[in-house]
Design a protein around this ligand. Structure first.
Ligand code: FAD
Length: 475
């Protein structure tokens, strides 16, 4: 009797414990992918994530095809789809890799119980994190709220196991029913087709992930600790969307980095960034309302503003602050933004504009190809000062100084805001302060060819601090 392998955000063949276990059973395998409707994961995917998912699923289907298997595509509620596939194929075993979002956990628990009640074996595996959220606990047995002790506890735990190879032998199921067509699911934009920048920037799929990793080990890892904060240099791995869609497993990445560089600041720093990914998942698992509720209660009373015009200026990279605008344009064009710039743009929205972090997180969720239900809200809460282990609210980034520090030669700003390219470095991050003759020479007319600042940073900073004080006063 066949075994069903239910693929979710683990769109790969290598180091896929559920697939590996199915192959080891020696039975025919039905690889199944469900576009879940009615409550679970897929509903929350934004436009850029759907674009990625389409191509990642297509790549997985092609890889399975080369091994003689057909990825069965079905849309519906997970339990109903599984029931139907079991009924038509006689499968008596369903295997999957675990997920950790509140909706995903609830669905999986219910499915497992329903299958068990009918005598169908359901087995789940660890595949998408280095450590299960419940494996790492404080001394009193609870979840961590602060990153440094969390990561220390992770590093003291037994090393993640080595990744599994791709199963050598996969047997197809002769009576597998026909599935739906990926193209019919409408995950790609049509009119307008806004995905040209995404296509130019990325190769979704397991092979694309492997190529990125090879390039990173070759050119990014040595010097990562120092270079990772400079958005003008392509130092970081850009593996985040591949990790988010499970095209590479975190333990494969962990071991590849350790093998390439057994010790040293660069490897430590990179592994700690993987640690942040683990920490965010750990937070979401213990705080299911992470995406909507501030972890620090005092922020529930924060006097956020509501200003659709300023929100739109931020979204489209028209704030008049070059580093902020460059970041928001990179995001819109490629579906990704450098981490340093994510922090600066997020801080600008929340502190300079006093617009709610949930509005920023919603925009990121819709436009990021790596949009992650744990890392996105956790990072926004961190920047806003209301999260676990957050930067204190009163530490407010000055966007011009951040630009001068992290993009000193202006490579990043000149790339994404070409209308500023003619400005000398000295004025690039603060065009409003440049003498008229300099602006003229650079061909720049503030307010026409590039926006004047939509807020004045020092005044905005004072306004933010006053709002914070009011909120704490009421808490
Ligand atoms: P590298 O520097 O090469 O790091 C390797 C991997 O570690 C990344 O691919 C990622 O999986 C993980 N990682 C690195 N930094 C972080 C971090 N600070 N928090 C969590 N994981 C991290 N990351 C997402 O994957 N999805 C999101 O939706 C997301 N939203 C964010 C929102 C805000 C406001 C901020 C400030 C950060 C957010 N991040 C998010 C974290 C981080 O910016 C990205 O993971 C990183 O920029 C990805 O680039 P990279 O793959 O080149 O990273």
């Amino acid at each position: 009797r066949p075994a069903i392998v239910w693929f979710r955000r683990d769109l790969r063949l290598a180091d896929h414990p559920a697939l590996h276990a199915a192959a080891a059973l020696g039975r025919p395998v039905i690889p199944l992918l469900i576009d879940e409707t009615g409550g679970a994961e897929a509903e929350s995917d934004g436009g850029a994530a759907r674009w990625w998912r389409h191509h990642a699923v297509a790549a997985l289907a092609a890889a399975l095809e080369r091994r003689g298997l057909t990825l069965l595509l079905r849309r519906g509620a997970a339990a109903a789809v599984l029931d139907e596939v079991i009924a038509t194929t006689g499968a008596d075993c369903v295997l999957w890799n675990r997920r950790y979002t509140p909706a995903g956990v609830a669905t999986d628990r219910a499915v497992k119980a329903a299958l068990a009640a009918r005598g169908i074996e359901a087995r789940s595996f660890k595949a998408n994190l280095l450590f299960e959220p419940w494996e790492i606990a404080t001394q009193s047995g609870g979840p961590f709220r602060v990153f440094t002790p969390f990561w220390r506890a992770c590093r003291a735990a037994p090393l993640p196991e080595r990744p599994l190879p791709e199963p050598a032998d996969l047997r197809p199921c002769p009576d597998q029913p026909a599935g739906e067509r990926l193209d019919s699911w409408g995950w790609l934009p049509t009119a307008p087709d806004w995905a040209g920048g995404l296509r130019a920037a990325w190769s979704p799929g397991e092979e694309g992930a492997r190529d990125r990793l090879a390039a990173f080990l070759d050119r990014g890892l040595a010097g990562y600790a120092e270079g990772r904060d400079l958005p003008g240099r392509a130092v970081t791995s850009r593996l985040s969307p591949h990790l988010a869609w499970g095209e590479i497993s975190p333990r494969a990445l962990f071991h590849a980095v350790r093998d390439a560089m057994p010790a040293g600041a660069d490897a430590d720093k990179f592994l700690a960034e993987l640690g942040w990914r683990e920490f965010c998942a750990h937070l979401l698992f213990s705080q299911p309302d992470l995406a909507t509720q501030p972890l620090r209660g005092a922020f529930a009373a924060f006097p956020w503003r509501d200003d659709p015009a300023e929100l739109a200026a931020w979204q489209r990279g028209r704030t008049g602050y070059p580093l902020v605008d460059a970041g928001m344009r990179e995001l819109w064009e490629t579906g990704w933004m450098h981490n340093r710039v994510r922090m600066v743009t997020a801080s600008f929205l929340v502190k300079d504009l006093l617009l709610p972090w949930t509005a920023g997180a919603a925009w990121f969720a819709d436009t990021l190809v790596d949009a992650d239900p744990a890392s996105n809200p956790a990072s926004w809460q961190w920047v806003a000062g209301c999260g676990a282990d957050a930067a204190p609210f009163f530490r407010i980034f000055n966007p011009a100084l951040q630009g001068e520090k992290f993009d000193p030669a202006g490579a990043y700003v000149r790339r994404w805001c070409p209308e500023l390219a003619g400005l000398p470095d000295r004025w690039l991050h603060r065009p409003w302060a440049a003498p008229a003759a300099v602006l003229r020479q650079a061909g720049l007319r503030l307010g026409q060819t590039y926006p004047a600042p939509i807020v004045e940073h020092d005044a905005a900073r004072r306004r933010a601090l006053a709002a914070m004080e009011k909120c704490h006063g009421e808490a």
